[in-house]
Design a protein. Structure first.
Length: 94
């Protein structure tokens, strides 16, 4: 397999509520229940529900839940790049 053939969906979350929503979306896309993820993580189903609701859950649970779904965290710069700034300016100027 050529690595240039690989594509990755990048999902962005800058707050707990968005992170939880994305985690739920990914879990459902994989056909997993909250109980399935909880069993893999070693947590309760309610803890996974709380995580998906954006509630305060230990970061170790968040990382374990991601791993259980075959996902990981990538830290990126949240500042806009030059292309994004240009697009913002164009939309402001009409």
């Amino acid at each position: 397999m050529n690595t240039s053939d690989l594509t990755f969906d990048i999902l962005r979350a800058q707050d707990a509520a968005t992170f939880g929503r994305l985690l739920r979306q990914e879990r459902k896309a994989l056909g997993r229940t909250q109980s399935d993820v909880a069993a893999l993580v070693g947590a309760t189903r309610q803890t996974i529900a709380d995580l998906e609701d954006g509630k305060n859950v230990g970061i170790h649970v968040a990382f374990a839940a991601l791993a259980a779904l075959g996902k990981m965290v990538t830290v990126t710069d949240a500042r806009p790049d030059m292309e994004h700034i240009r697009q913002m300016m164009e939309s402001e100027l009409g």
